[in-house]
Design a protein around this ligand. Structure first.
Ligand SMILES: [Zn+2]
Length: 274
């Protein structure tokens, strides 16, 4: 974002921002205020922490894991932080929302996670969107699993990196449980299903949980090295662009050297389009 500012007199300042690269409009957001701040330099970009709760907060300790997460995601994406930096805005409550250059992180959510670090997700999930969801974004809501399923999966992959295979297995169990509920209720739709969902809960169970579970299955089905090099190639080649499920499929097929139409047909497109 390039910016300029001009004093208007009377204590007013006019600020101007211009997006220098394409961004999906649902990610446009700004926060204005005088926020206590902390800045951390990492090899992958500058991290800004801001406190908008109005209450004291030890930003460095609340966000202590962020630099290691950034290093992990940047490696898996094959790209440093977009635009050289990322801001986490601490807000009251259980907020968790990504925007183009910063995320809202609810203090209440972090407090809840303090007692159980292995169950924590909010910092990792919203950070993952800097690459998957924001930098590479879906053409329509139909393929939204490529934003949310990947963010949920990358959060699980981060936990595996940080805490080990048992924690990763626990994450997978949670995802399988949500899928089982979908099946039980007769709502196990393909990931790229374009119909209406009866509620946000069903949409999330498909696009977030089943989406992440598909990536777990795909990772197990192809060579580990091929999986990550496919994800890197996909992320790098579609940075600043929109994607559909076929783009991801092609990148994974190229990386693995195999025809993946059966597994994509089963999970992503459904029987009619396989
Ligand atoms: Zn998300």
């Amino acid at each position: 974002m390039k910016w300029a500012e001009r004093e208007l007199g009377g204590g007013l300042t006019l600020h101007r921002w211009r997006s220098v690269d394409p961004v999906s409009p649902y990610l446009f957001a700004f926060a204005a205020g005088r926020f206590p701040r902390k800045t951390i330099e990492t090899p992958q970009g500058t991290l800004h922490y801001r406190n908008a709760t109005g209450a004291p907060a030890d930003l460095a300790s609340l966000f202590a894991e962020t630099p290691a997460m950034v290093a992990f995601f940047a490696d898996r994406a094959g790209m440093d932080l977009p635009r050289g930096g990322y801001t986490q805005l601490l807000v009251p409550g259980r907020e968790a929302q990504e925007t183009m250059s910063f995320s809202l992180i609810g203090r209440g959510e972090l407090d809840r996670e303090t007692d159980e670090p292995e169950a924590a997700w909010v910092i990792a999930h919203e950070l993952a969107h800097q690459w998957w969801g924001n930098r590479v974004t879906t053409e329509t809501w139909r393929d939204f699993w490529l934003n949310e399923g990947v963010a949920v999966f990358m959060t699980a992959a981060w936990k595996q990196e940080r805490f080990g295979n048992t924690t990763y297995a626990k994450e997978i169990e949670i995802l399988r449980g949500r899928r089982a509920q979908l099946i039980e209720r007769g709502w196990d739709k393909p990931l790229a299903w374009s119909g209406d969902y009866p509620s946000l809960g069903y949409r999330r169970a498909v696009q977030y949980s089943k989406g992440a579970l598909f990536l777990v299955e795909l990772r197990a089905a192809i060579d580990e090295k091929a999986f990550w090099s496919g994800l890197r190639a996909y992320t790098r080649s579609f940075a600043g662009k929109t994607v559909v499920s076929r783009d991801f499929q092609k990148a994974m097929e190229t990386a693995s050297g195999s025809d993946l139409s059966a597994i994509f047909g089963e999970w992503v497109y459904g029987p009619a389009e396989a």
